[in-house]
Design a protein around this ligand. Structure first.
Ligand code: S3P
Length: 169
């Protein structure tokens, strides 16, 4: 299948890079967060508040299942999509999985002030980023076919690296 799957932590640039890639490659752009919100007819903070994280993870898996037969899209995924082991083959079945990486401090700067991410609505988000990354880093790395460190790159440069990698395969 000729899709492109972007994974990575909150603030790693999945949405902005995904949109740029989709426009350049004339592909559709899809986002599991948006699809989850559409399916639930409510925003993510409300889902977390009323039904909890595990419920949200169920919705994410449902979203991946609905996408299996579609083609020609760039998919940006929620930062926790790799937490459910069964999601990994679902992601891989759709196309190459590309990890957008960023240094924890860079992530902190990027997500600062944003209020739509329930997991970072805590007293010390910087510490929380380290804690979550410790759990997720091996999972991200294991799932990824390519890793791009976005810490010092703009979205266009990241998109270019991905395009070049896709061409060279
Ligand atoms: C989450 C990341 C969010 C969203 C939800 C949970 C996570 O998506 O899915 O708030 O667990 O890392 P983004 O990575 O697009 O911010």
């Amino acid at each position: 299948m000729s899709n492109i799957i972007l994974i990575g932590f909150m603030g790693s640039g999945k949405s902005v890079v995904g949109r740029a890639l989709a426009a350049e490659l004339k592909m559709d752009y899809l986002d599991t967060d948006e699809l989850a919100e559409q399916a639930e007819k409510r925003r993510i903070p409300e889902i977390f508040k009323n039904d909890g994280e595990e419920y949200f993870r169920d919705v994410e898996t449902e979203v991946l299942l609905t996408l299996q037969d579609f083609d020609n899209f760039v998919l940006s995924t929620g930062g926790g999509i790799i937490l459910r082991e069964k999601n990994i083959p679902l992601l891989k079945a759709m196309g190459p999985v590309i990890l957008l990486w960023a240094e924890p401090e860079v992530i902190h700067q990027r997500v600062r002030g944003a209020t739509h991410r329930p997991l970072l609505r805590v007293k010390n988000p910087r510490e929380e980023i380290d804690k979550i990354l410790e759990v997720r880093t091996p999972l991200y790395k294991k799932a990824a076919d390519l890793t791009v460190d976005t810490s010092k790159l703009g979205p266009d440069q990241v998109a270019k690296e991905i395009r070049e990698w896709l061409k060279s395969r």
